[in-house]
Write a new protein. Structure first.
Length: 145
């Protein structure tokens, strides 16, 4: 019983708030930073934010690709609207999709920046407007220990 309690405690303290483990990072714009879960593996990218019902302005998910590519995202099985911020390898904003709604049908729209990007930052709907983030801005991406 003590072993189970210890494992559950580590699970909660380590930030596995959504039921699975991901590396943690940080994305900063001007003087404000948010904690991000880093989706690097195929499984993490496929799962994304599915099943989550809310996000605050101090959290997000960062999808990381091995090299810049013209990736496409969809909102199937999402529970909330989000902003998608598309970044190149330097962290420069290439495109922003604002308040992208969830898809509740079998056929869902694909979202893409239209050009190769290395990162996609998913944040709460309206985040980019509240923070004043626009195309051409530089965001700093940092891994956390």
């Amino acid at each position: 019983m003590k072993k189970i309690i210890f494992i559950v405690s580590i699970f909660l303290v380590s930030g596995f708030q959504y039921g699975y483990a991901m590396d943690q990072g940080e994305v900063c714009y001007k003087d404000k930073c948010i904690k991000v879960e880093e989706a690097k593996t195929f499984a993490e990218k496929t799962r994304g934010l599915q099943g989550r019902t809310k996000m605050t302005d101090d959290q997000g998910m960062l999808f990381i690709f091995d090299k810049p590519e013209n990736s496409a995202f969809w909102m199937k099985d999402m529970q909330m609207s989000i902003d998608m911020i598309w970044l190149d390898e330097k962290g420069t904003v290439q495109a922003i999709d604002v308040s992208v709604p969830p898809c509740k049908t079998e056929t869902c729209m694909n979202y893409t920046s239209g050009k190769p990007t290395k990162y996609v930052l998913e944040v709460a709907a309206g985040f980019s407007g509240r923070r004043g983030i626009k195309e051409g801005e530089l965001l700093k991406i940092r891994a956390l220990p």
